[in-house]
Design a protein around this ligand. Structure first.
Ligand SMILES: Nc1ncnc2c1ncn2[C@@H]1O[C@H](COP(=O)(O)OP(=O)(O)O)[C@@H](O)[C@H]1O
Ligand SMILES: [Mg+2]
Length: 304
């Protein structure tokens, strides 16, 4: 189970998952993806859990994922990780008819003021906008601006573009202020449990991290479950996957019409909020166990 030195302490799933794997008879080790002494080919499978320092070391992390894929089995698999690390996947989901948060994408080299003006013109109802890099996690570099602060927002977009980031522009969906965001966790493509995450972009410009305190258990509604299933199905179809995803988290916020919209699809290293659902770690361990059996069957049959 892959983490890193800085992330393990804030991975609240790991202790539960370790116990559940042990109970399921799976031998596990906690490893840092940055540890040069680990022989990754020793493992039947390598599970990405909390390698969250990758955000500042993206190319190093991708090279490591490629290496691991060469020598053993990576979960989720490399093409999934590659696609999912950049929020431009929202474009693919939208193209497949999945309801996603309306998003404008700006590439490095574009004129930030022009891009922002065009986005605002296309979203006249948006009183506030959200600017974020397409690669990011833990609310890092996500900012909220009132419509009247177009100049400040453009400067911020320019700053992200200058460092080489692609940028997403979205209307600020204010349902999050009273209803929060819903994260739906799935194992093997099957819904397991959900949490509510409170709004993290505060009105005064403070950006909160998605700590445990920001979360509470929540039962996902029928329409949320349908939206999440549509997102996972679209991802599987887009990536031409043969098996359901071992794990996946779909984050939803309701739009102005009350319908759930996909904010994020987390298929690489999502926090799974296991402390909020007692049986979830066991469900995940059983799903892992079934994959390990399949791997061993294939090895016996001489296929890798
Ligand atoms: N369009 C939006 N409307 C309202 N809140 C948003 C929007 N986009 C992001 N946020 C807030 O910012 C947080 C972080 O943004 P998110 O897209 O989830 O990126 P990250 O990958 O950093 O988690 C969300 O949990 C949510 O509270
Ligand atoms: Mg998020």
């Amino acid at each position: 189970m892959v983490t890193d030195e800085t992330s393990l302490a804030i991975d609240f799933d790991m202790p539960l998952l370790l116990d559940a794997c042990q109970a399921a008879g799976i031998r596990t080790e906690i490893c840092s993806w940055r540890d040069p002494d680990i022989e990754w080919d020793r493992f039947d499978a390598v599970l990405l859990r909390s390698p969250w320092s990758y955000v500042e070391r993206l190319s190093e992390f991708m090279e490591w994922c490629e290496y691991v894929t060469d020598v053993t089995v990576l979960f989720n698999p490399l093409p999934v990780v590659r696609w999912n690390l950049d929020k431009r996947y929202l474009e693919d989901l939208a193209a497949a008819g999945v309801p996603v948060v309306p998003s404008g994408f700006v590439a490095p080299g574009a004129d930030p003021e022009e891009a922002l003006r065009a986005f605002l013109a296309g979203h006249e109802q948006a009183r506030e906008i959200v600017v974020k890099p397409t690669v990011g996690a833990y609310s890092r570099d996500v900012q909220r601006f009132p419509r009247s602060a177009e100049t400040e927002a453009a400067i911020y977009v320019g700053k992200l573009l200058d460092r080489g980031s692609h940028v997403i522009l979205q209307p600020y969906l204010d349902s999050v202020d009273h209803d929060g965001e819903t994260n739906l966790i799935h194992f093997d493509g099957v819904y397991s449990h959900a949490i509510r995450k409170r709004a993290l972009l505060l009105q005064d410009g403070t950006v909160d991290e998605p700590t445990q305190e920001a979360r509470t258990a929540r039962e996902a509604t029928e329409d949320e479950r349908a939206a999440a299933a549509a997102a996972l199905d679209a991802a599987a179809a887009h990536l031409e996957l043969r098996d359901p995803l071992l794990y996946g988290r779909v984050d939803l916020i309701r739009g102005a019409d009350g319908k759930p919209l996909v904010l994020e699809l987390e298929l690489c290293e999502p926090s799974l909020s296991m402390p909020f659902s007692e049986a979830s770690a066991t469900r995940f361990a059983l799903a892992v166990s079934a994959r390990l059996e399949e791997i061993s069957r294939k090895q016996k049959n001489g296929q890798s």
